[in-house]
Design a protein around this ligand. Structure first.
Ligand code: FAD
Length: 391
């Protein structure tokens, strides 16, 4: 049997095992999200159906906690190393910060891409990462990771318990949520013109938009939305911006954004249809109110992020990050970390750095569960890659 036939057989065996498994209700819950990005595009590769979902009691070689760019690349690399994988994320979509925080922003420092939209990079990472049949369990926050007396780890999430021989934590900055507006009718305005994220710029086409904030997100969105919006007003509570100087300069120079410094938001009013119709802003030097007509309010006043349950996993932490050695091992044997969530001397929180860390973590996880395996599998360009699972 050639290597190609062997890998293809192995993949088919795994697929058959998956197919014959019993469907569990909690897995079905995660399936409804599998196959789609937040943008609605479909994930190529193995799409789980009612007939091929493994029970959560099945043990996989690797559990990846976090489906951001680094977790997705770890899933790809583990597939390359013929490891069975589950990738677990508390969000309802794959892609981490790229999809959730800045899908429409360009990234310029990912090797090989002179310029790439975050959502496009995420889509490519999903295609690459999910091609070997990694099982995505979305909408599940990982609560605990315990050594399983039966072997490996028991990973308990908000939905179920998964079992894996090794774990790579790619949890980024942990669970993150936008800082909310402290106004009483805030919950009723969500979905009716109040936004904390821009998932699709089209939603703002032709609208009178009020942007709140002075950081990168607020200024970048003001710059990106003014060509399609009817008008863009940006309010910021002081005259200094935290945003990148170039972006602020661009915003000032375009003369298309109505910049109001020393202004804050007092209240938002809905019209008879329940959608946002007016906002009251005030000059924080004089406390004088001003009412303006708006259709959409985009609030970018920062994020609250927290490692959450990860803090209680007995890992050595430093400034809210997991300390790893040069093999990406954490202080707990069998648990590795990569990406923004990890720290070591010289750590850079960049996508490019995270990719390398993911490959290192997966290679060491592979040799831990299979001591006969080589640490360095060779170059992918020299490999006959495992075949994509077909239905
Ligand atoms: C506005 C902005 C612009 C940026 N621009 C660039 C740039 O130009 N270039 C660059 O290199 N980097 C940039 N970054 C940083 C880059 O996005 C991060 O370095 C990258 O996303 C880190 O990837 P990650 O996979 O480690 O973590 P993340 O993308 O944060 O993904 C981690 C995932 O883990 C999940 N998670 C966390 N805790 C749990 C849990 N307990 N259970 C289950 N799931 C969990 C989260 O929901 C999340 O989906 C930017 C960041 C921002 C905010």
């Amino acid at each position: 049997m050639t290597r190609k036939e062997a890998t293809s057989t192995l993949t088919k065996v795994r697929y058959e095992r998956l197919k014959s498994s019993v469907l569990e209700r909690d897995h079905f819950a995660c399936l409804s999200h599998l196959g789609t990005l937040a943008s609605g595009s479909t994930i190529p590769g193995l799409l789980m159906t009612e007939t091929n979902v493994p029970p959560s009691s099945d043990i996989v070689d690797l559990a990846i906690i976090g489906a951001g760019p680094v977790g997705l690349f770890a899933a790809f690399y583990a597939g390359l190393r013929q490891m069975s994988v589950k990738i677990i994320d508390s969000l309802e979509s794959l892609g981490g910060q790229l999809v959730t925080l800045y899908p429409e922003k360009y990234i310029y420092d990912v090797a090989g891409f002179p310029k790439v939209l975050a959502k496009d990079l995420a889509a490519s990472l999903v295609e690459q990462g999910m091609q070997y049949g990694a099982i995505a369990c979305l909408g599940e926050q990982t609560q605990t990771v315990e050594v399983d007396p039966a072997g490996g780890f028991a990973i308990t999430t908000s939905h179920t318990t998964h079992h894996a021989r090794s774990v790579v934590i790619c949890a980024g900055m942990g669970s993150f949520s936008p800082k909310k507006l402290p106004i009483p009718n805030e919950p009723q305005l969500i979905g009716r013109g109040l936004y904390y994220f821009v998932k699709s710029m089209e939603e703002f086409r032709g609208k009178r938009v009020l942007v709140v904030g002075g950081g990168d997100s607020a200024v970048d969105w003001a710059n990106m939305l003014h060509p399609i919006a009817a008008s863009v007003t940006l309010i910021h509570r002081r005259d200094g911006f935290r945003a990148h100087e170039d972006s602020v300069e661009k915003m000032r120079a375009c003369n298309a954004v109505n910049i109001r410094v020393f202004y804050e938001l007092r209240a938002i009013e809905a019209g008879t249809d329940g959608r946002i119709a007016r906002a009251t802003i005030y000059d924080n030097r004089t406390n004088a109110d001003e009412s303006i007509e708006v259709d959409a309010v985009l609030v970018n006043i920062g994020f609250a992020n927290s490692l959450g349950p990860i803090k209680n996993w007995g890992l050595t932490l430093e400034k809210n990050a997991i300390v790893v050695d040069s093999t990406m091992k954490t202080s707990r044997p069998g648990i590795f970390a990569a990406g923004d969530v990890c720290t070591y001397l010289g750590k850079l929180k960049l996508i490019a750095t995270g990719f390398g860390e993911a490959a290192i973590a997966v290679n060491f996880a592979k040799t831990m569960i299979d001591p006969k395996a080589k640490l360095f599998p060779g170059h992918s360009s020299d490999m006959e890659l495992p075949a994509q699972v077909s239905h």
